[in-house]
Design a protein around this ligand. Structure first.
Ligand SMILES: Cc1cc2nc3c(=O)[nH]c(=O)nc-3n(C[C@H](O)[C@H](O)[C@H](O)COP(=O)(O)OP(=O)(O)OC[C@H]3O[C@@H](n4cnc5c(N)ncnc54)[C@H](O)[C@@H]3O)c2cc1C
Length: 427
């Protein structure tokens, strides 16, 4: 049987206490059955409950078991491909709609944290760090682009200024986004789950959806029960497997790894990141890091295509951390874990409807903390009959990976090798 406990992460070790949730053992009826209790599922559930729907959430393992409880915790705006790329592939009206939504996810997170009093170490400020002049040029155009869509909290950092916010000598400059920031991701998910329950939503854990009976009144089956619903939202992302074959065909689970140091002294933590911003570099295979509430450095990077779990995570990630911060050479690593995100060929999210009543959002391909919160709102709007924003996502073109499921991993790995080489050579 698949392991359904949290991985041995820093987040699981520092999770806020929660009551146990039962597995579904009955036949129940609801308005909306949500499959998956990550941010996509929980955000959908919350928006639907706030709008008077009856909601039942089925989670195969535990709330936040997937990427939402394991990620780097970085609140990063926009999508994994930026609005200019979207503009080039879709019409101006659709691009405008998507651009208008590009900074909404971060606002939703902050509203949720404030409204439901979620304790998740929320901090403002995220830095994009440029390793080359070319990357710096890209940040300059990204600032102009984001400002065109209404963003007002961006600051370009020259080499002297970036050294004031991060003690790493590798960067030639960067961009600070004060509407970015960071959170304890599992505690955000647990807080959102508690908010769902406070509004009358029901969450069943250890309750995998094993079959969907499609039709006018669809039924989701679990090993010991079933849920009949008017609508289904599929939010299993990289952990969904083959439950919905149409969704598996156009996406690929990928693993990425994270380490957490022992708590650093106040002095050392402050010397690394004096303003406590989070940082990600501008490489295709990027490194990202930040301090936790108890002053550990969380450092992530690297991608394993096809989501095989690497044997020694510390051996992969620690050298990256020491390259950025040689001053941490004597610091112990307390936790190392891996998690899966879902890659699409375009690196844009896949949103849509199967038949009349099965909705889905998946595959934000990396930056998903903000997008998934927005997706929940957009899916809820569609179920209420307001589909304009849903359609803007649903109309994005998507393609299967070349070579089908068998060849998608080697093809994507080849692509990543190529981009990784470009990063190393600096072009
Ligand atoms: C290690 C790591 C670091 C990352 N760092 C960042 C970051 O710093 N910033 C950022 O923006 N993004 C980051 N991401 C991406 C981001 O975490 C994800 O895009 C986002 O959390 C996806 O949320 P989700 O709800 O769609 O999926 P998930 O959080 O994966 O949730 C899916 C849930 O569905 C459940 N499920 C699956 N199948 C079934 C089924 N059949 N029945 C019932 N339940 C089911 C799973 O158990 C899981 O709990 C990172 C991802 C990883 C893996």
């Amino acid at each position: 049987m698949a392991n359904t406990s949290y991985p041995a992460s820093y987040y699981a070790a520092s999770a806020n206490p929660v009551p146990p949730r039962p597995a579904l053992q009955d036949d129940v009826e609801t308005d909306v059955c949500v499959i998956g209790a990550g941010y996509t599922g929980l955000s959908s559930a919350l928006f639907l409950l706030e709008n008077g729907f009856k909601v039942t959430v089925l989670e195969a393992a535990k709330v936040g078991f997937g990427a939402s409880g394991r990620n780097g915790g970085q609140i990063v705006n926009s999508y994994s491909r930026d609005i200019d790329v979207i503009e080039r592939s879709v019409g101006p009206q659709q691009a405008q709609l998507l651009g208008n939504m590009a900074f909404e996810g971060g606002r939703i997170i902050r509203e949720r944290v404030a409204k439901y009093q979620i304790q998740c170490d929320l901090k403002d400020g995220g830095v994009f760090a440029a390793l080359t002049a070319k990357q710096m040029g890209h940040l300059e155009s990204q600032k102009r682009l984001w400002e065109r869509f209404g963003h007002t909290q961006l600051e370009l950092l020259d080499q002297r200024r970036i050294r004031e916010v991060v003690a790493c000598d590798e960067y030639v400059g960067g961009m600070l986004d004060m509407s970015g920031g960071h959170i304890h991701p599992l505690n955000l998910a647990l807080g959102e789950a508690a908010a769902v329950e406070s509004l009358g939503g029901v969450i069943y854990e250890q309750s995998p959806a094993v079959r969907i009976e499609r039709g006018a009144s669809p039924v989701v089956h679990t090993p010991q029960g079933k849920v009949r619903a008017k609508f289904i939202i599929v939010a299993g992302n990289a952990y969904l497997g083959n439950l919905v074959p149409e969704l598996a065909a156009k996406s690929m689970p990928c693993g990425t790894q994270v380490i957490a140091t022992e708590p650093l002294s106040d002095e050392l933590a402050h010397s690394l990141l004096p303003q406590d911003y989070c940082v990600e570099d501008c490489n295709y295979l990027l490194d990202y890091y930040r301090l936790t509430g108890d002053k550990r450095l969380i450092f992530g990077g690297g991608v394993v295509y096809g989501a095989r779990d690497p044997a020694n995570i510390e051996a992969i990630i620690r050298p990256k951390m020491l390259k950025a911060f040689p001053q941490l050479k004597d610091v112990k690593i307390d936790y190392a874990w891996t998690g899966n995100f879902l890659l699409t060929l375009s690196r844009l999210p896949q949103v849509g409807r199967l038949g009349d009543n099965i909705y889905y959002s998946q595959g934000c391909s990396g930056h998903g903390v903000t997008y998934t919160h927005l997706a929940g709102k957009v899916l809820a709007e569609a179920l209420r009959g307001q589909a304009e924003r849903f359609d803007a996502f649903a109309d994005l073109p998507h393609y299967p990976f070349p070579g089908g499921q068998l060849m998608r991993t080697p093809f994507a790995a080849m692509g990543a090798w190529y981009y990784g080489l470009r990063d190393k050579l600096g072009f």
